[in-house]
Design a protein around this ligand. Structure first.
Ligand SMILES: [Zn+2]
Length: 263
């Protein structure tokens, strides 16, 4: 605004004629219009936010663990994210984002997410590893960074990923390893100061409890959560007695069907 006043004053001094003043006025006019546009855009955006059902009801994201590697997150803005859909049956909230870490059946049941918002985005290992590079997706309400996964006989680094999600509302972050053994990248993840980290630990198709604990030590997240901990699909990939043997600092056990706040 200050610049505008200087501009007008300069124009009036230099040209001291009606036309110059008119020109300056026009300039103010167009500035006003664009200001109005910005305002109306903001109002429109607010309206969109308002019309999105307040399913979260919290100022922080909420995270529901559904078993195996299946996680549902509702952000503070009421955006719904499903990660590795397979276990559980709480897929009733329309999806805005579906993340899949790799193509195994216990991670990629995208069809379970029947309800999706029109602009729903699906990111699988294929998009996450486009051009053979781990991609970063900035979706406004969340930034999703694909990270390394694999390093064992069942999962290869070229077709498996983990994800680090960082929420715009409060800057908190969630890391899911996907199916993996220790990766070369894990020690580097410490600098991200991750808030909640999920580590697979079944010890058959992936690293076991001991290796997962070593990984947790490298990543240094504020909460370390075991998941995908058995090969028994009947117990939803969760077994409390195994979870309790995850020897890490800041252990957080989330049972299948349990919901926590990301704060
Ligand atoms: Zn799996």
């Amino acid at each position: 605004m200050k610049n505008l006043i200087i501009l007008i004053t300069a124009a009036v001094i230099l040209f001291s004629g009606c036309s110059a003043a008119d020109a300056a006025q026009e300039k103010i006019g167009s500035q006003d219009i664009s200001q109005t546009n910005i305002l109306s855009q903001t109002t429109a955006q607010e309206n969109i936010t308002e019309t999105k059902a307040d399913i979260n009801g919290e100022e922080a994201a909420t995270l529901l663990y559904m078993g195996q590697a299946s996680v549902r997150i509702v952000t503070a803005e009421n955006n719904v994210i499903y990660i590795d859909p397979y276990a559980g049956d709480q897929y009733d909230l329309p999806a805005d984002l579906i993340l899949v870490t790799h193509a195994h059946f216990d991670h990629n049941q995208i069809s379970k997410v029947e309800k999706r918002n029109p602009d729903c985005i699906i990111i699988t290992q294929d998009e996450a590893l486009a051009n053979g590079e781990h991609q970063v997706f900035n979706l406004g309400y969340v930034t999703v960074e694909a990270v390394e996964a694999g390093y064992n006989d069942w999962h290869d680094i070229t077709d498996s990923v983990g994800y680090v999600l960082t929420f715009s509302s409060n800057g908190m972050s969630v890391y899911v390893t996907g199916d993996t053994s220790a990766t070369e990248q894990m020690p580097l993840l410490a600098e991200k100061e991750i808030d909640y980290a999920f580590f697979c630990c079944d010890g058959v198709f992936n690293m076991g409890l001991e290796e997962a604990a070593w990984c947790a030590e490298q990543v240094r997240a504020k909460h370390n959560i075991p998941y995908h901990m058995t090969t028994n699909t009947e117990n939803n990939g969760f077994d409390r007695s195994i979870a309790e043997r995850f020897e890490v600092e800041n252990l957080l056990i989330i049972e299948d069907g349990e919901e926590i706040k990301i704060e």
